[in-house]
Design a protein around this ligand. Structure first.
Ligand SMILES: Cc1ncc(COP(=O)(O)O)c(C=O)c1O
Length: 400
């Protein structure tokens, strides 16, 4: 007979505050057929350029000695060159040697956490922010300060008050159509933020996976592009981007532009993590970018998300006219909203599930200061008809 033995595993102290995503657990039931999901931050699968990626993959296999072989940690040089060209097109003067390829933007965030943070260091996050940034800081046992936002992005007076008070290691910002805020940092604030970085000697971690997904006109230049106008700012800037939202998240191709010393440390850590990002995925990405199909595909993504966002906004105006407050995003994949009557979104999620519609309650995005009335509605992965039906269901779920 096997005796059941309860093991008491001893985990690292730093795991103490790490709970994993409670919401992800709740949302498992969202995969049942018929449920309309505004929850995931997924690109629209039907818009992937499957044909372009099929050709890029076939082409990759023509050189198996590269695509199927180990590679260098910094990434395939030809891809780094292609990504540098992409950054030039976005207005940032970047040489291939000034960036490394990472396994998604997520790995870049994690590498920086490892390279830069000691337990007890302070980091500043936006409120609301991308939960992976909060986890990155928590796992390194850093102190987290959060700074509020409005439709023009981060409140810089609030930030400056923190910087005057205490030494901050870095600030993490998503300037374009943030996840979950949908907000866009204004040009004026971008320039002021760069000046503050120099004044207070604080690193800025710019994360820009959504900048290309604008609806009407492009956002202001990235912090990286603008750093050319603010002498000295580039030394304080780390800029991350990704192909996840414009080509495919399955490729896991991100990149990081940073000062040479920071890149060197990141490479040392990456060597021990995954040696390098998938060479196959890198060559596929390289072939795809060289094919120039992305230039023609981007307007398709933008048009589709704009139509989906407009449908969601109209549906809310029709079915939840006085209940939800929000700023309409000018790009990206998310609408961040708040129940005017302070209704608890986590409690509402249970009822919403019964009505076959799901969203993400806002609390996990708030970095320890939850506003339980907030919620994130993602419009990227449902077609307009489903969005309309989903908002109707949400309105029904809210009824007393
Ligand atoms: C702000 C932000 N950064 C990074 C990521 C992850 O990007 P990647 O798929 O490149 O790791 C996401 C995806 O949800 C995101 O919203």
């Amino acid at each position: 007979m096997l005796l059941e033995k309860t093991m008491n595993y001893e985990f690292a102290d730093r795991m103490a505050g790490m709970t994993g995503s409670v919401i992800r657990e709740m949302l498992k039931s969202a995969s049942k057929p018929g449920v309309i999901s505004f929850a995931g931050g997924l690109p629209a699968s039907e818009l992937f350029d499957t044909e372009g990626l099929r050709m890029a993959s076939a082409q990759a296999l023509e050189n198996p000695e590269i695509a199927l072989q180990y590679g260098v940690t910094e990434g395939v040089m030809a891809l780094r060159e292609q990504l540098a060209l992409m950054m030039w097109a976005r207005g940032a003067l970047v040489q291939a040697e000034q960036l490394i390829v990472t396994t998604g933007a997520l790995q870049a965030i994690s590498l920086l956490g490892d390279a830069i943070l000691n337990p007890g260091d302070t980091v500043v996050l936006e409120r609301p922010t991308f939960p992976a940034a909060t986890d990155m800081a928590r796992l390194r046992q850093a102190n987290i300060r959060t700074v509020g936002m409005d439709k023009d992005g981060l409140n810089l007076d609030e930030l400056e008050a923190i910087l005057r008070r205490e030494r901050v290691k870095f600030i993490y910002v998503v300037p374009n159509f943030g996840n979950p805020s949908g907000a866009m940092l204004s040009l004026e604030r971008r320039l002021r933020l760069l000046e503050m970085a120099i004044k207070y000697r604080i690193l800025i971690l710019e994360d820009d996976p959504y900048g290309e997904l604008y609806f009407e006109s492009p956002p202001p230049p990235s912090l990286l592009a603008l750093s050319g106008q603010v002498p000295g700012a580039r030394d304080y800037l780390i800029s991350i981007s990704s192909l996840s939202k414009i080509v495919s998240p399955g490729l896991r191709i991100g990149w990081m532009v940073a000062p040479a010393e920071i890149l060197r440390q990141a490479v040392i850590i990456k060597q021990g993590q995954d040696a390098h990002s998938s060479t196959f995925a890198q060559i596929v990405a390289l072939n795809y970018l060289k094919s120039d199909r992305l230039r023609y595909r981007l307007p398709t993504w933008r048009r589709a998300y704009k139509a989906r966002c407009e449908t969601m906004v109209e549906a809310i105006k029709m079915h939840l006219p006085s209940q939800l407050e929000f700023d309409t995003p000018a790009g990206g994949m998310f609408l961040w909203a708040r129940w005017r009557d302070g209704r608890d979104s986590t409690a509402l999620l249970q009822r919403a599930l019964e009505h076959d519609v799901v969203f993400v309650p806002g609390a996990p995005f708030m970095g320890g200061q939850p506003d339980r009335a907030t919620l994130r509605l993602s419009f990227s992965s449902s077609e307009p008809g489903r969005i309309l039906r989903g908002i109707q269901r949400l309105a029904r779920a809210r009824m007393p």
